[in-house]
Design a protein around this ligand. Structure first.
Ligand SMILES: C[S@@+](CC[C@H](N)C(=O)[O-])C[C@H]1O[C@@H](n2cnc3c(N)ncnc32)[C@H](O)[C@@H]1O
Length: 254
């Protein structure tokens, strides 16, 4: 069992309601999707439960979806079937991607929704980004979204409990994040996520996982991208905002 295999069962409680429909998830990237050529090939390399991949496939884009978690890949394949799209869904962690796909294959690679911090430290992050860059054709783009770790670390270790019940599939749950912030940026940090579903009789069913993560400063991410031949074209980084997006293009010579 890998990380996220348990959370995969209950992942809809962690996605905002607005982004649950695949078409809406894809629409949140309209600005970058405009940059794609016709007949585009796109990889979502941390596909989770597949909303983005299925939303892209629904637009006629050829989509491959990968994830380290087998349970996530199964959910993506099931969502694709439910929406009648054809997606190739493959279990692969970032470092394994070049074993599955040729270099210079994709017009766009997505690594979104707070995924990259799961790469183990600077070395793991560099290897993950190297794989993503290899698979992009020259001129192709990596689209990455991230938490603003500058903010997360400044708040320190803490417990975040949702202030409302979150209702999905007719069931209510309390969502809890426990943040374990280590003394130094480069140390392994932890996030424990618990989804406590409460039924009408008052019974509580809890699914939880302790996840490892290795935060990075925005400047470090930019330098990492540069090292693997990716140049930042768009960045929404703002140290006071919770999340940001970076779009980085693969230079023709890398
Ligand atoms: C926070 S979820 C985001 C899922 C999805 N992109 C979304 O926005 O809903 C992080 C995802 O990254 C995947 N992941 C974690 N480590 C990974 C690795 N080393 N290689 C590939 N995927 C990984 C997890 O299995 C999980 O599905």
């Amino acid at each position: 069992m890998t990380d996220y295999d348990v959370l995969a069962e209950v992942y809809e409680w962690l996605i905002s309601e607005a982004k649950l429909p695949p078409a809406e998830f894809a629409a949140s990237f309209d600005d970058v999707l405009r940059l794609l050529p016709s007949n585009a090939h796109v990889l979502d390399c941390s596909c989770g439960t597949g909303q983005l991949a299925v939303g892209l496939a629904g637009r006629g884009i050829q989509v491959v979806a990968t994830d380290a978690s087998e349970a996530m890949v199964r959910r993506t394949a099931a969502l694709s079937e439910e929406f009648g799209t054809s997606i190739r869904a493959v279990q692969a962690n970032w470092e394994e991607l070049p074993d599955h796909f040729e270099d210079d294959t994709f017009d766009m690679v997505f690594c979104v929704g707070n995924s990259l911090h799961h790469a183990a430290g600077a070395t793991g992050r560099g290897a993950a980004l190297e794989s993503m860059s290899r698979l992009l054709r020259p001129g192709g783009r990596l689209v990455l979204t991230s938490r603003t770790w500058e903010l997360v670390r400044a708040r320190g270790s803490r417990l975040d409990i949702s202030d409302r019940l979150v209702r999905r599939n007719g069931r209510d749950a309390v969502v809890v994040y426990r943040w374990e912030i280590a003394p130094h940026w480069e140390d392994e940090h932890h996030i424990e996520i618990a989804i406590a579903q409460v039924d009408a009789t008052g019974s509580v069913l809890v699914r939880s996982e302790l996840l490892s993560c290795w935060p990075y400063r925005y400047e470090e991410l930019e330098a990492d991208l540069h090292r693997v031949g990716l140049r930042t074209e768009v960045s929404t980084f703002d140290r006071d905002a919770e999340n940001y997006m970076v779009v980085a293009g693969k230079t023709a010579t890398s």
